[in-house]
Ligand binder design. Structure first.
Ligand SMILES: [Mg+2]
Length: 465
């Protein structure tokens, strides 16, 4: 049996799913993320110089893919990058390119918890996080190092970086580079196409719902899907419906009009009739489900963007959701490497517990003055506990070093889930590192969510064992 690579938050019966919807970029079509982020970083810096009058020198700043992590939060006012846990408590922070030390951190953030609804904060949870976060931190560093520089304040720089990235997406400058060098940016995966054909055999309808425009979608689908088809002539026949320029998340809650696209030449025409198989632009989820006679839970939608693809969809449409987290595979491998270290930590914790209990007991007696206590023993216990703590903190460092050097694990922030993992868990019914992980399974798979014990249940269990 191959290892199951689709992970379940909420039970999902694939047999009951009639339509499977796919986001295109980073979902149906895999990118070489490091190459693409390097390109985004270059484009951000170019736009800052040409549009926002930033000094030419920013174009020389080199991109470091390892610097940031998905799911970080930018503190626009203070020029910091933050990693939060599920309660939005800050667990790690950088100012510019350096970590904030504990003292400065305490001075800057009076409370550990931050209110993400304030516009001081910008959550960056797409794969574009890497270029955006690094570019921003480099600019903060540059501004700090040279007070004479004409760079705007931290908040303005955050807005400028975001604008520059948006514009690079909108005006086609990123797409133009991808078009020129497809194999550098796009990963072909024949097994995905095999899987899609298998799902069609089982009567599943498959649609594509992408924010990319028709011509770019055609470029990528012609490149990565059509050449591998056996049962169909082109992607146009494989997919029931393709909706381009969908403007997600607006697609999920607004009622924009659908336009019909001629897949031969990309020309568009108005339409008033019901949706039928074909290629479209824009539109909205309400008409989509009404015309096809679908309930929300007949549809499984797969995407990689927590806000654009998953969160609004779950809130507004009640479709079932699957999330692609491409960093997951590597994190799972690292977790395996980390396991012996984690076991060592656990056994040290077990050694520590009886010592702590004994110390608590002696200290209690001492304070309550019931009987004379063995002071030497108290000192000994304190020394032993400190020694174990030192060992544990060294092991934690060793464990963290396996993951991102600056931020550690993607899914965890200390003992808690990271904020990113928390969002994913709330809104995605299932998750996986790539779409092929789902399509290699049977279309009749029943995904059962594991039962999650609450603290009191864990305690109960340890008492009864
Ligand atoms: Mg996407």
């Amino acid at each position: 049996m191959p290892r199951n690579k689709v992970f379940v938050n909420r039970t999902l019966n694939l047999k009951r799913i009639k339509y499977i919807g796919l986001d295109m970029d980073h979902t149906l079509i895999r990118y070489n993320t490091e190459n693409f982020e390097r390109l985004s970083h270059t484009k951000i810096m170019e736009k800052l110089v040409s549009r926002k009058n930033y000094p030419e020198s920013v174009k020389k700043l080199q991109f470091d893919f390892q610097f940031a992590l998905r799911g970080l939060v930018v503190d626009r006012k203070k020029g910091n990058l933050l990693k939060l846990n599920r309660y939005t408590a800050i667990r790690n922070s950088f100012h510019g390119l350096k970590p904030l030390d504990f003292k400065t951190h305490q001075k800057v953030y009076k409370s550990t918890y931050i209110d993400l609804s304030k516009n001081d904060y910008l959550a960056i949870d797409t794969s574009f996080s890497y270029s955006l976060a690094h570019a921003y931190s480099q600019l903060v560093e540059l501004k700090d190092s040279d007070p004479q520089s004409k760079l705007p304040d931290y908040a303005q720089m955050a807005d400028d970086v975001l604008d520059a990235l948006d514009e690079a997406h909108r005006d086609g400058s990123l797409k133009e580079e991808v078009r020129k060098n497809l194999s550098h940016y796009i990963i072909k995966d024949e097994s995905v196409v095999r899987g899609l054909e298998k799902f069609r055999k089982h009567g599943k309808k498959i649609f594509v719902l992408t924010n990319s425009d028709f011509h770019y979608s055609k470029l990528l689908l012609d490149y990565a899907v059509t050449p591998f088809l056996k049962d169909y002539k082109s992607w146009v026949d494989l997919f029931e419906i393709v909706i381009t320029f969908a403007q997600k998340p607006k697609f999920f809650y607004d009622d924009l009009k659908f336009l019909k696209v001629n897949p031969e030449d990309g020309t568009m025409s108005n339409m008033d009739e019901k949706l039928s198989p074909g290629v479209y632009q824009s539109g909205g989820a309400r008409k989509f489900t009404a015309d096809l006679g679908l309930d929300g839970d007949d549809i499984l939608y797969i995407g990689d963007h927590i806000y654009g693809d998953i969160l609004r969809l779950k809130k507004d449409c009640n479709w079932r959701t699957a999330m692609i987290i491409e960093e997951l595979d590597e994190e799972l491998q690292k977790n395996v490497e980390a396991e012996p270290i984690m076991n060592e930590i656990e056994s040290l914790m077990h050694q520590k517990e009886p010592l702590e209990e004994e110390l608590t007991e002696l200290m209690t007696k001492k304070i309550e003055k019931e009987s004379p206590v063995d002071e030497k023993r108290i000192d000994q216990l304190q020394d032993d506990i400190t020694a174990i703590d030192t060992q544990i903190s060294q092991l934690i460092k060793k464990q963290q070093a396996l993951y991102n050097p600056n931020w550690g694990q993607l899914m965890r922030a200390g003992n808690e889930e990271s904020y990113f993992a928390y969002q994913m868990e709330r809104y995605a019914c299932v998750y996986m590192s790539k779409i092929g992980d789902l399509f290699e399974l049977s279309p009749r798979t029943y995904f059962r969510a594991p039962r999650r014990p609450l603290s009191h249940e864990v305690e109960m269990r340890s008492l009864t064992v």
